[in-house]
Design a binder for this molecule. Sequence first.
Ligand SMILES: Nc1ncnc2c1ncn2[C@@H]1O[C@H](COP(=O)(O)OP(=O)(O)OP(=O)(O)O)[C@@H](O)[C@H]1O
Ligand SMILES: [Mg+2]
Length: 109
Amino acid sequence: MARIILYTGKGGVGKTSITASTAALMAEMGGKRTLVISTDPAHSLSDVLAMDIGPEIKEVDTNLYAQEISVNDAINHHWQELKGYLTGLFQSQGGLDPVSAEEIATLRV
Ligand SMILES: Nc1ncnc2c1ncn2[C@@H]1O[C@H](COP(=O)(O)OP(=O)(O)OP(=O)(O)O)[C@@H](O)[C@H]1O
Ligand SMILES: [Mg+2]
């Protein structure tokens, strides 16, 4: 059975430290395959783990994996899929014609 543990709280209270420590403990003592994920745009998981962690899942140690979610990276990977969904939604719910719906669902950066 998979278990998800979330740590939240105000800035600087030790979320990242406790998260990384819990993950390391689970991987080592529990022998569970453990993925530690940072969703903070200002990641510090790399510093805590003393290893470059990026948006792709990286193996850190036996049973221990880490990932720093990047919103930009996720948008680049999934925008075509989301765009298709939004285009359909704008047509079915917004009553837009296909060309207008696709135009509105186009991401401009
Ligand atoms: N139990 C602890 N005792 C003393 N200092 C700690 C403890 N846990 C973390 N720290 C220190 O407190 C600082 C903040 O820790 P950490 O980065 O884990 O917090 P955070 O809640 O993730 O912060 P942020 O909100 O900026 O992401 C760091 O310098 C860390 O070394
Ligand atoms: Mg943190």
